[in-house]
Design a protein around this ligand. Structure first.
Ligand code: ADP
Ligand code: MG
Ligand code: MG
Length: 213
């Protein structure tokens, strides 16, 4: 059962790679407004490596834990940059939360979402309102939990949560960045959404759409 889930995780990582590739230029342009312009290429490098590592491990029939920890390690190593370290660590944490078990229950999905979210806030230490991916991540986590605990299906809860993430990512346009960017450039970012929040929303939506199909 863990190997089956490993194959599903690798298929999801391939979708994550595809959506990042589709939006690579746009994410780079967004990061160039008040950052260093490398969010598209950094995400691309990380997710290419993560999807390849996931595919290799899934093909070898290893556990979902191994698929995701290998993918997360590859993501951190190859991406460079802040977002790569955060995504890599979060993917690893989700894998460790799922573990290598014979059977899985609904609550395991919640545990994986929490582990993913906690890994990013613990490593990055960004607060809500700092204008980072956390401003899309926490609304995602909360909407997922509300919907799932309220009886929605996994894919229903993910779809609701992805919509919340995208809405929240758009609202980061009103914020001034407080983390991960040179302060003199902060004013330039006003009126534009945070690149990491935007990429998180795009990825969440693609994963939800894929799992619902
Ligand atoms: P870098 O900033 O190293 O060039 P990227 O351009 O790939 O890396 O990623 C920038 C994104 O990383 C930002 O838009 C923001 O969403 C996210 N980010 C930066 N610092 C933090 C942090 N401390 N916690 C969470 N997210 C962060
Ligand atoms: Mg950057
Ligand atoms: Mg950079």
């Amino acid at each position: 059962a863990s190997a089956d889930l490993g194959r599903l995780a690798a298929a999801v990582l391939a979708q994550v790679r595809d959506v990042v590739v589709e939006h690579e230029a746009e994410l780079g342009d967004l990061d160039a407004i008040a950052g260093d312009g490398d969010h598209g290429i950094g995400m691309r490098r990380g997710v290419d490596a993560a999807a390849a590592a996931g595919e290799q491990n899934a093909a070898a029939g290893t556990s979902v834990e191994r698929v995701l920890t290998a993918a997360g390690e590859a993501w951190s190593e190859r991406a460079g940059g802040t977002s790569g370290a955060l995504w890599g660590t979060a993917v690893m944490a989700a894998g460790l939360a799922l573990g290598n078990r014979d059977s899985y229950a609904a609550g395991d999905a919640s545990a994986a979402v929490s582990a993913f979210s906690n890994a990013i806030t613990e490593l990055g230490k960004a607060e809500p309102g700092d204008k980072t991916m956390v401003d899309a991540l926490l609304p995602f986590r909360d909407a997922f939990k509300d919907a799932f605990d309220g009886g929605a299906s996994l894919t229903g809860a993910l779809t609701t949560a992805a919509a919340a993430a995208n809405e929240a990512a758009r609202r980061t346009a009103d914020l001034r960045p407080l983390k991960g960017r040179a302060r003199p450039l902060a004013e330039k970012s006003l009126g534009h959404p945070d690149p990491g929040a935007v990429s998180f929303g795009l990825i969440a939506e693609r994963v939800a759409t894929y799992l619902a199909s």
